[in-house]
Design a protein. Structure first.
Length: 189
């Protein structure tokens, strides 16, 4: 589908029961997944902006309310004074918007100027669900664990997405968890 000729990709790690968060944090720490996330959300180029990410307020706060290095963050919240409260007013690496359409419109415009072809949606649950209609590709890290006490979950994958690539099963020594990366793309037509 894309948005203003810019690819929209969702990047997320999910448990076997689709949990993506617990107490506003990731329910695991897997170095290879964090490196994968960084690789997916940055595209080294000659400009200062190496990636554009869209997220909800809680996702932003789960990252210590700091924009990701070398990327521009669009934070969606209904709180009208959020930019002032978080010291984000006047910054060029973080913009507070109040709905997904504004985030996508501004992100696509910025992407064109920065010669980036992808905008990354990185959470949370509600933003993922709302962004499905614009999403071209989903990068899912499947973590082999069930999180029974999680409080944020990735929505069911829409039927118009199909797996196009999948890594081998990997093991993270530190956490003891198995995981794999999978790419899903929207079917044509």
């Amino acid at each position: 589908m894309s948005y203003a000729h810019t690819e929209v990709a969702q990047i997320v790690a999910i448990s076997s029961n689709r949990c993506i968060g617990k107490d506003n944090e990731l329910p695991w720490h897997i170095s290879a997944d964090l490196q994968h996330f960084k690789k997916m959300t940055t595209k080294p180029n000659n400009g200062d902006i190496q990636g554009i990410v869209i997220m909800g307020r809680k996702t932003f706060e789960s990252m210590d309310s700091k924009p990701l290095p070398n990327r521009v963050s669009f934070i969606i919240t209904t709180q009208l004074d959020y930019a002032e409260k978080k010291g984000l007013k006047g910054r060029d690496d973080a913009y507070v918007v109040h709905n997904l359409d504004d985030a996508l419109t501004q992100a696509a415009s910025l992407a064109h100027g920065a010669h980036l072809d992808t905008i990354c949606v990185i959470g949370g649950e509600r933003v993922f669900r709302e962004a499905f209609m614009y999403t071209d590709r989903i990068e899912l890290t499947h973590v082999d664990i069930e999180i029974t006490d999680g409080d944020a979950f990735y929505p069911e994958l829409p039927k118009d997405f199909e797996m196009s690539a999948e890594s081998e099963q990997m093991h993270d020594e530190k956490s003891g968890l198995d995981f794999r990366f999978a790419t899903y793309v929207k079917k044509e037509g």
